[in-house]
Design a protein around this ligand. Structure first.
Ligand code: PHE
Length: 350
C-alpha cells in the first residue's frame, strides 16, 4: 500500500506542483530528471517491484508505467507552454518592428518648399536656375543697376554694409549684404551672351523688421534677354507662371511703377487664386494680389554689363518668395517663418 500512496503522491507533486512552478525549460528539465531520471523518485519506486509477489508485480508495473506516461505527457505539455512564452517575450522586445525607421522626422521649411516649387515651374518653362553671393559688391547691387549714388536705398538706414577685411583693396561702402536678387542679373549678363533666360532665387537683406518685413527674406528674380523681346512676352510669361503654379488660369495685370533698372517699370498683380477674382478675405475683396516688380531692362544696365542695347531687349521681374509661401499656407505674420518655433513648423508635414 505504501508504494501505491507514494506513487500517487509523486504523480501529484510532479504534475500539479513542481512542473507548474518551473518557469523555464531548464527548470522543467531539472524537474523531469528529479522524478524520471535514472536516480529519480519514480524510478526508485520501480525498483521496489522486484520485492513483490509476481501476481501483484504485473498490476504495479502497469500502474507505474501509466504514472510515467502521465509524467511524460505533463512534461511535454509544460515545455510547449514555456516555449511559447519564451517566443512571445522575445518578440515582445521588438513589438514595433518598424520603430528604428520612424524616429521623429524633420520636414522642409515652407519657404524652402515654395522655393523648390518655383524652381520646378520656371525650370519647366525653360529658365536656368542661377545663384549669386549674399555679400555683394555695391557696384552690382546698385551702380550697374542704374541706382545712382544718391538713391535712398543706399542709405545706411536701409542697407547692411559689410566692413571689408583689414588690408583688403575694398573700402567701407564697397560691400553690402545684397538688398535684392537683381545683382544676379548683372552677374549673369557679364558672364553669358543672349539669349538669356534665368531665374535667381535666394536670401536678401534689408534694415527692416515688423510683421510684414524681416531683415532677412527671400526673392526670386527672372531675366530674359534676346532680340525683339517685349513687355507682352513678360506679361505672357507671368501669366503662364501663375497659372502653372496655382494650377488654374489666373490673369496678371501691370500697374505703372518705377525701378531705376527698368524702363518702363511696373508692379504686377495676379488674380486671387483663392476666389478666382471674385473678392475674398485673402485679397481683401479686391480680387487681385500684389506680387512684385517688373519691367524692360534699362539700356543703362545693358551698357554697364556689356550688352548692346541697340540689338537686344530684355525684361526682368522680382517678387518675394516668403510672401508666396504665406499666401499658399495662409500665414499672417512673416516673423513666424523665421522664429523656428517647432509648433509652427510641425504644421507643414511633407
Ligand atoms: N529688385 C526689385 C525689388 O527688390 C524687384 C524688381 C526686379 C523690379 C526686377 C523690377 C525688375 O523690389
Amino acid at each position: 500500500m505504501s508504494v501505491d500512496v507514494s506513487l500517487a503522491e509523486l504523480l501529484h507533486a510532479f504534475v500539479e506542483v513542481e512542473l507548474p512552478a518551473a518557469g523555464t525549460l531548464d527548470e522543467a528539465y531539472a524537474c523531469k530528471v528529479k522524478y524520471l531520471g535514472k536516480k529519480g523518485l519514480v524510478t526508485e519506486v520501480t525498483r521496489t517491484l522486484g520485492a513483490l509477489p509476481p501476481e501483484e508485480r504485473r498490476t504495479r508495473g502497469q500502474q507505474i508505467n501509466e504514472a510515467k506516461a502521465s509524467c511524460e505527457a505533463a512534461y511535454e505539455a509544460r515545455c510547449a507552454v514555456l516555449r511559447a512564452q519564451a517566443e512571445a517575450s522575445a518578440l515582445g522586445a521588438f513589438e514595433d518592428l518598424t520603430w528604428i525607421a520612424t524616429p521623429p522626422m524633420g520636414t522642409l521649411h515652407p519657404v524652402t518648399r515654395t522655393r523648390r516649387a518655383l524652381e520646378r515651374v520656371f525650370g519647366a518653362m525653360g529658365f536656368d536656375v542661377v545663384d549669386g553671393p549674399h555679400v555683394e559688391f555695391s557696384r552690382f547691387n546698385f551702380d550697374d543697376l542704374n541706382i545712382g549714388p544718391d538713391h535712398p536705398a543706399r542709405d545706411m538706414a536701409d542697407t547692411f554694409f559689410v566692413e571689408p577685411p583689414a588690408g583688403s583693396r575694398w573700402s567701407l561702402g564697397d560691400l553690402v549684404l545684397r538688398t535684392h536678387t537683381s545683382p544676379v542679373q548683372v552677374r549673369t549678363m557679364m558672364q553669358r551672351r543672349p539669349p538669356i533666360r534665368i531665374v535667381a532665387l535666394g536670401t536678401v537683406f534689408r534694415r527692416d523688421d515688423d510683421a510684414t518685413h524681416s531683415p532677412m527674406f527671400h526673392q526670386i528674380e527672372g531675366l530674359c534677354i534676346d532680340e525683339r523681346v517685349s513687355m507682352a512676352d513678360l506679361r505672357a510669361t507671368l501669366y503662364r507662371f501663375v497659372s502653372a503654379f496655382f494650377e488654374r488660369p489666373l490673369e496678371v495685370r501691370f500697374r505703372p511703377s518705377f525701378f531705376p533698372f527698368v524702363e518702363p517699370g511696373a508692379e504686377f498683380d495676379m488674380q486671387c487664386p483663392f476666389c478666382g477674382g471674385k473678392g475674398c478675405s485673402v485679397c481683401k475683396g479686391s480680387g487681385w494680389i500684389e506680387l512684385g516688380g517688373a519691367g524692360m531692362v534699362h539700356p543703362a544696365v545693358f551698357e554697364a554689363c556689356g550688352i548692346d542695347p541697340e540689338r537686344y531687349t530684355g525684361w526682368a521681374f522680382g517678387f518675394g518668395i516668403d510672401r508666396m509661401a504665406m499666401l499658399m499656407h495662409q500665414i499672417h505674420d512673416l516673423r513666424l517663418l523665421f522664429e523656428n518655433d517647432v509648433r509652427f513648423l510641425e504644421q507643414f508635414p511633407c
